[in-house]
Design a binder for this molecule. Structure first.
Ligand code: PRP
Length: 214
């Protein structure tokens, strides 16, 4: 039996996703060790191997076939635009992609003025403003703590993920427009899907039942 490789995003999502796998009898003991620095975990009996990648790299591993399957946030899938099959919404790690900023920025947005947008997601931002809102924007690419940008005058607004909303609240910002809902998705390499269709679909069917609480 060929080993199926599954790419997960390091961190909280990996833990939530492994709990879902455990419910369908797929475990990786070593992965539960909180002190481990290992990145690859194998369950030989089941012919499965999991690895932990940086979240933004998961679609890259899957597109190139270094992983047969992966779990990645919809935000990363949209931003990376990789060629893969998105087969299941795990309905976990739920959050929203939003345009946020100080209350005053709402007017600028409404009137379609030329605005500056700071974000970790330049492709999503471009797609939203140019193709949906027909609005010209200047995009400033940042790597984190995006909420700082409008506060220190780097941009008018930001495009970022909102989960609980507390980062916004504590920094005096608010949601101005909602772009789309987000959650963790299972993605599959296109060749793997053909070669290992039955095994992959068995996993997907199992996970779907977990999502539906069956
Ligand atoms: C994300 C996101 C927001 C925050 C939203 O940042 O970019 O800053 O979480 O969560 P909340 O609505 O629950 O406050 P993350 O913690 O991933 O770090 P980053 O600032 O480095 O992007």
């Amino acid at each position: 039996m060929r080993t199926l490789t599954i790419a997960l995003a390091k961190g909280r999502t990996a833990k939530q996703v492994m709990k879902m796998f455990e419910k369908i009898g797929i475990t990786c003991e070593e992965m539960n060790d909180p002190d481990t620095r290992k990145l690859i975990f194998e369950n030989r009996e089941l012919g499965l191997r999991f690895f932990l990648a940086k979240a933004t790299d998961v679609p890259t591993y899957v597109e190139h076939g270094a992983a047969d399957l992966g779990v990645a946030g919809k935000d990363i899938l949209m931003e990376e635009g990789r060629v893969l099959y998105e087969v299941l919404d795990l309905e976990t790690a739920k959050c929203r992609m939003c345009v946020c900023g100080p209350a005053e920025a709402a007017e600028k947005l409404k009137h379609g003025e030329q605005i500056t947008v700071a974000t970790k997601f330049p492709n999503i931002t471009k797609e939203y403003f140019l193709n949906k809102k027909y609005q010209t924007v200047e995009i400033i690419h940042l790597n984190g703590s995006i909420e700082l940008a409008p506060i220190v005058g780097l941009s008018d607004v930001i495009v970022d993920i909102v989960e609980t909303g507390s980062t916004l609240r504590e920094n005096g910002l608010q949601i101005l427009e909602e772009i789309c809902p987000l959650s963790a998705r299972v993605v599959v390499n296109q060749v793997s899907m053909k070669m290992e269709y039955e095994r992959i679909m068995e996993l997907v069917r199992g996970l779907r039942k977990v999502v539906k609480g069956e």
